[in-house]
Design a protein around this ligand. Structure first.
Ligand SMILES: [Zn+2]
Length: 278
Protein backbone atom coordinates (compact mmCIF):
# COMPACT_ATOMS: atom_id res chain seq x y z
CA UNK A 1 0.00 0.00 0.00
CA UNK A 2 1.50 3.33 -0.98
CA UNK A 3 2.34 5.76 1.75
CA UNK A 4 1.70 9.49 1.59
CA UNK A 5 5.25 10.14 0.37
CA UNK A 6 4.76 7.84 -2.64
CA UNK A 7 1.51 9.55 -3.53
CA UNK A 8 3.21 12.94 -3.16
CA UNK A 9 5.95 11.86 -5.60
CA UNK A 10 3.36 10.54 -8.03
CA UNK A 11 1.44 13.81 -7.87
CA UNK A 12 4.57 15.80 -8.54
CA UNK A 13 5.51 13.69 -11.57
CA UNK A 14 1.97 13.95 -12.94
CA UNK A 15 1.97 17.69 -12.33
CA UNK A 16 5.29 18.12 -14.14
CA UNK A 17 4.07 16.07 -17.11
CA UNK A 18 0.56 17.44 -17.46
CA UNK A 19 0.00 20.79 -15.77
CA UNK A 20 -0.32 23.81 -18.01
CA UNK A 21 -0.69 21.68 -21.13
CA UNK A 22 -3.67 20.85 -23.29
CA UNK A 23 -4.79 17.24 -23.29
CA UNK A 24 -4.61 15.74 -26.75
CA UNK A 25 -5.44 12.26 -25.59
CA UNK A 26 -8.13 11.10 -23.16
CA UNK A 27 -9.08 7.46 -22.94
CA UNK A 28 -11.11 6.15 -20.02
CA UNK A 29 -11.21 2.37 -19.84
CA UNK A 30 -13.76 2.03 -17.07
CA UNK A 31 -17.38 1.46 -18.10
CA UNK A 32 -18.92 4.39 -16.25
CA UNK A 33 -16.68 6.87 -18.08
CA UNK A 34 -16.55 5.11 -21.43
CA UNK A 35 -17.79 8.26 -23.15
CA UNK A 36 -15.90 10.82 -21.07
CA UNK A 37 -13.50 12.93 -23.12
CA UNK A 38 -11.13 15.51 -21.69
CA UNK A 39 -9.27 16.33 -24.89
CA UNK A 40 -8.91 20.04 -25.55
CA UNK A 41 -8.87 20.90 -21.86
CA UNK A 42 -5.80 22.18 -20.07
CA UNK A 43 -4.67 20.35 -16.93
CA UNK A 44 -4.48 22.94 -14.16
CA UNK A 45 -2.66 21.02 -11.45
CA UNK A 46 -2.22 17.67 -9.78
CA UNK A 47 -2.47 17.75 -6.01
CA UNK A 48 -2.01 14.99 -3.46
CA UNK A 49 -4.44 14.91 -0.59
CA UNK A 50 -3.33 12.26 1.91
CA UNK A 51 -3.15 9.21 -0.31
CA UNK A 52 -5.61 10.59 -2.87
CA UNK A 53 -4.68 12.27 -6.13
CA UNK A 54 -6.66 15.18 -7.54
CA UNK A 55 -6.00 16.01 -11.19
CA UNK A 56 -7.81 19.27 -11.93
CA UNK A 57 -8.68 20.16 -15.47
CA UNK A 58 -10.09 23.23 -17.11
CA UNK A 59 -13.84 23.48 -16.97
CA UNK A 60 -14.23 22.72 -13.26
CA UNK A 61 -13.50 19.02 -13.44
CA UNK A 62 -11.31 16.88 -11.18
CA UNK A 63 -10.13 13.38 -11.83
CA UNK A 64 -9.97 11.76 -8.40
CA UNK A 65 -7.83 8.63 -8.10
CA UNK A 66 -6.44 6.48 -5.33
CA UNK A 67 -3.70 3.89 -5.70
CA UNK A 68 -4.86 1.62 -2.82
CA UNK A 69 -2.78 -1.57 -2.80
CA UNK A 70 -1.19 -1.76 -6.22
CA UNK A 71 -2.46 0.99 -8.47
CA UNK A 72 0.02 3.28 -10.14
CA UNK A 73 0.38 6.19 -12.53
CA UNK A 74 3.20 5.94 -15.05
CA UNK A 75 4.42 8.70 -17.31
CA UNK A 76 5.97 8.01 -20.69
CA UNK A 77 7.53 10.18 -23.36
CA UNK A 78 5.35 9.92 -26.42
CA UNK A 79 6.57 7.15 -28.70
CA UNK A 80 8.12 5.16 -25.84
CA UNK A 81 6.90 1.70 -24.94
CA UNK A 82 4.59 1.57 -21.92
CA UNK A 83 5.89 -0.59 -19.11
CA UNK A 84 3.38 -0.28 -16.27
CA UNK A 85 1.65 -3.62 -16.80
CA UNK A 86 -0.55 -5.45 -19.29
CA UNK A 87 -2.94 -3.34 -21.34
CA UNK A 88 -6.02 -4.80 -19.65
CA UNK A 89 -4.87 -3.21 -16.38
CA UNK A 90 -5.00 0.28 -17.85
CA UNK A 91 -7.87 2.34 -16.43
CA UNK A 92 -7.18 5.73 -17.98
CA UNK A 93 -4.80 7.45 -20.37
CA UNK A 94 -4.19 11.21 -20.40
CA UNK A 95 -1.73 12.64 -22.85
CA UNK A 96 -0.45 15.87 -24.34
CA UNK A 97 1.89 16.71 -27.19
CA UNK A 98 4.93 15.50 -25.23
CA UNK A 99 3.99 12.94 -22.67
CA UNK A 100 1.37 10.40 -21.73
CA UNK A 101 0.20 9.49 -18.24
CA UNK A 102 -1.21 5.99 -17.88
CA UNK A 103 -3.18 4.91 -14.82
CA UNK A 104 -2.81 1.21 -14.07
CA UNK A 105 -5.04 -0.86 -11.76
CA UNK A 106 -6.55 2.24 -10.15
CA UNK A 107 -9.27 0.97 -7.83
CA UNK A 108 -10.68 4.47 -7.38
CA UNK A 109 -11.17 6.61 -10.46
CA UNK A 110 -13.88 9.25 -10.45
CA UNK A 111 -14.48 12.25 -12.59
CA UNK A 112 -16.11 14.84 -10.34
CA UNK A 113 -16.75 18.54 -10.27
CA UNK A 114 -13.86 20.40 -8.68
CA UNK A 115 -16.42 22.13 -6.47
CA UNK A 116 -17.36 18.70 -5.10
CA UNK A 117 -13.84 17.56 -4.14
CA UNK A 118 -14.76 17.71 -0.47
CA UNK A 119 -17.14 14.80 -1.02
CA UNK A 120 -14.19 12.69 -2.15
CA UNK A 121 -11.54 13.83 0.33
CA UNK A 122 -13.37 15.92 2.93
CA UNK A 123 -13.32 13.05 5.42
CA UNK A 124 -9.53 13.14 5.64
CA UNK A 125 -7.76 14.43 8.71
CA UNK A 126 -4.89 16.93 8.51
CA UNK A 127 -2.55 16.03 5.66
CA UNK A 128 1.01 15.29 6.78
CA UNK A 129 2.35 16.66 3.48
CA UNK A 130 -0.38 19.20 2.81
CA UNK A 131 -0.84 22.91 3.34
CA UNK A 132 -3.59 22.21 5.87
CA UNK A 133 -1.28 20.32 8.27
CA UNK A 134 -2.39 20.84 11.84
CA UNK A 135 -0.49 18.82 14.47
CA UNK A 136 -2.81 19.75 17.35
CA UNK A 137 -5.87 18.56 15.43
CA UNK A 138 -4.10 15.39 14.29
CA UNK A 139 -3.19 14.53 17.88
CA UNK A 140 -6.69 15.30 19.13
CA UNK A 141 -8.12 13.05 16.43
CA UNK A 142 -5.73 10.23 17.30
CA UNK A 143 -6.60 10.42 20.99
CA UNK A 144 -10.34 10.80 20.48
CA UNK A 145 -10.83 7.04 20.82
CA UNK A 146 -8.35 6.18 23.60
CA UNK A 147 -9.09 2.45 23.57
CA UNK A 148 -8.18 2.07 19.93
CA UNK A 149 -4.90 0.29 19.17
CA UNK A 150 -2.19 2.75 18.20
CA UNK A 151 -1.50 1.04 14.86
CA UNK A 152 -5.14 1.24 13.80
CA UNK A 153 -5.46 4.87 14.86
CA UNK A 154 -2.37 5.78 12.80
CA UNK A 155 -3.73 4.12 9.66
CA UNK A 156 -7.13 5.78 9.94
CA UNK A 157 -6.90 8.57 7.36
CA UNK A 158 -9.69 10.47 9.14
CA UNK A 159 -7.28 11.10 12.03
CA UNK A 160 -4.35 12.25 9.94
CA UNK A 161 -3.73 11.59 6.28
CA UNK A 162 -0.68 9.99 4.72
CA UNK A 163 0.44 7.08 6.92
CA UNK A 164 0.43 3.63 5.35
CA UNK A 165 1.38 0.26 6.67
CA UNK A 166 5.15 0.75 6.59
CA UNK A 167 5.16 4.02 8.52
CA UNK A 168 2.63 2.57 10.94
CA UNK A 169 5.11 -0.09 12.07
CA UNK A 170 8.07 2.28 12.02
CA UNK A 171 6.30 5.01 14.00
CA UNK A 172 5.20 2.55 16.67
CA UNK A 173 8.82 1.43 16.94
CA UNK A 174 10.10 5.00 17.26
CA UNK A 175 7.47 5.65 19.93
CA UNK A 176 8.55 2.54 21.86
CA UNK A 177 4.99 1.21 21.83
CA UNK A 178 3.51 -1.89 20.23
CA UNK A 179 0.86 -1.29 17.56
CA UNK A 180 -1.68 -2.90 19.91
CA UNK A 181 -1.16 -0.42 22.74
CA UNK A 182 -4.39 1.53 23.28
CA UNK A 183 -3.58 4.97 21.94
CA UNK A 184 -4.79 6.55 25.18
CA UNK A 185 -2.14 4.56 27.09
CA UNK A 186 0.72 6.19 25.21
CA UNK A 187 2.64 8.34 27.69
CA UNK A 188 1.73 11.99 27.18
CA UNK A 189 5.24 13.13 26.31
CA UNK A 190 5.51 10.52 23.56
CA UNK A 191 2.00 11.20 22.26
CA UNK A 192 2.84 14.88 22.02
CA UNK A 193 5.80 14.06 19.76
CA UNK A 194 3.85 11.79 17.47
CA UNK A 195 2.48 14.25 14.86
CA UNK A 196 5.83 15.97 14.37
CA UNK A 197 7.63 12.63 14.16
CA UNK A 198 5.23 11.35 11.51
CA UNK A 199 5.61 14.52 9.49
CA UNK A 200 9.38 14.37 9.74
CA UNK A 201 9.47 10.81 8.39
CA UNK A 202 7.23 11.56 5.43
CA UNK A 203 8.95 14.82 4.61
CA UNK A 204 12.39 13.25 4.77
CA UNK A 205 11.27 10.59 2.31
CA UNK A 206 9.20 12.46 -0.20
CA UNK A 207 12.24 13.26 -2.34
CA UNK A 208 14.04 9.95 -1.79
CA UNK A 209 13.87 7.03 -4.20
CA UNK A 210 14.34 4.55 -1.33
CA UNK A 211 12.31 4.99 1.82
CA UNK A 212 14.35 5.21 5.02
CA UNK A 213 13.36 5.79 8.61
CA UNK A 214 16.76 4.96 10.05
CA UNK A 215 19.11 7.14 8.06
CA UNK A 216 21.34 4.08 7.61
CA UNK A 217 22.13 2.99 4.08
CA UNK A 218 21.22 -0.62 3.37
CA UNK A 219 19.28 -0.82 6.64
CA UNK A 220 16.45 1.48 5.77
CA UNK A 221 13.73 0.39 8.19
CA UNK A 222 13.88 -0.47 11.88
CA UNK A 223 11.32 -3.26 11.92
CA UNK A 224 9.08 -3.27 8.85
CA UNK A 225 9.75 -6.35 6.73
CA UNK A 226 12.55 -7.54 9.04
CA UNK A 227 10.94 -10.51 10.83
CA UNK A 228 12.52 -12.75 11.95
CA UNK A 229 15.78 -10.84 11.53
CA UNK A 230 17.18 -8.86 14.47
CA UNK A 231 15.95 -5.45 15.51
CA UNK A 232 18.40 -2.82 14.32
CA UNK A 233 18.58 -1.32 17.80
CA UNK A 234 18.70 -4.28 20.21
CA UNK A 235 19.13 -7.40 18.03
CA UNK A 236 16.02 -9.13 19.37
CA UNK A 237 14.18 -11.06 16.66
CA UNK A 238 11.57 -8.81 15.05
CA UNK A 239 8.04 -10.20 15.06
CA UNK A 240 5.18 -9.95 12.63
CA UNK A 241 1.45 -10.42 13.03
CA UNK A 242 -1.61 -9.18 11.23
CA UNK A 243 -3.46 -6.16 12.51
CA UNK A 244 -6.59 -4.80 10.91
CA UNK A 245 -9.92 -3.18 11.37
CA UNK A 246 -11.83 -6.28 10.30
CA UNK A 247 -12.00 -5.25 6.65
CA UNK A 248 -8.41 -6.15 5.91
CA UNK A 249 -5.54 -7.49 7.97
CA UNK A 250 -2.15 -5.96 7.43
CA UNK A 251 1.28 -7.37 8.29
CA UNK A 252 2.54 -5.45 11.29
CA UNK A 253 6.10 -5.62 12.61
CA UNK A 254 7.47 -4.83 16.03
CA UNK A 255 10.38 -5.50 18.37
CA UNK A 256 9.16 -7.20 21.56
CA UNK A 257 12.10 -5.74 23.47
CA UNK A 258 12.10 -2.10 22.31
CA UNK A 259 8.33 -1.71 22.25
CA UNK A 260 6.05 -2.07 25.24
CA UNK A 261 2.37 -2.86 25.22
CA UNK A 262 0.10 -5.73 24.28
CA UNK A 263 0.88 -7.95 21.30
CA UNK A 264 -0.54 -11.18 19.90
CA UNK A 265 0.97 -13.95 21.99
CA UNK A 266 1.03 -16.48 19.17
CA UNK A 267 2.83 -14.16 16.81
CA UNK A 268 5.78 -15.80 15.13
CA UNK A 269 7.87 -14.97 12.14
CA UNK A 270 5.75 -15.51 9.05
CA UNK A 271 7.95 -18.25 7.63
CA UNK A 272 7.54 -20.22 10.85
CA UNK A 273 3.78 -19.70 10.78
CA UNK A 274 3.61 -21.15 7.31
CA UNK A 275 5.63 -24.16 8.28
CA UNK A 276 3.40 -24.96 11.23
CA UNK A 277 0.20 -24.75 9.23
CA UNK A 278 1.39 -26.89 6.33
ZN1 LIG B 1 14.65 -3.86 19.58
Amino acid sequence: MPEGDTVWQTARRLHEALAGKVLTRSDFRVPKYATADLTGRTVLDVTPRGKHLLTRVEGGLTLHSHLKMDGSWKIFENGRRWTGGPAHQIRVILGNADRTAVGYRLPVLDLIRTADEARAVGHLGPDLLGPDWNPELALANLLADPARPLGEALLDQRNLAGIGNIYKSELCFLLGATPWLPVGALPADRAAKLPALAKKLLEANRERPVRSTTGRRGQDLFVYGRAPRPCLRCHTSVRVADQGDGSRERPTYWCPNCQTGPAPSAARPRAAQRRTTN
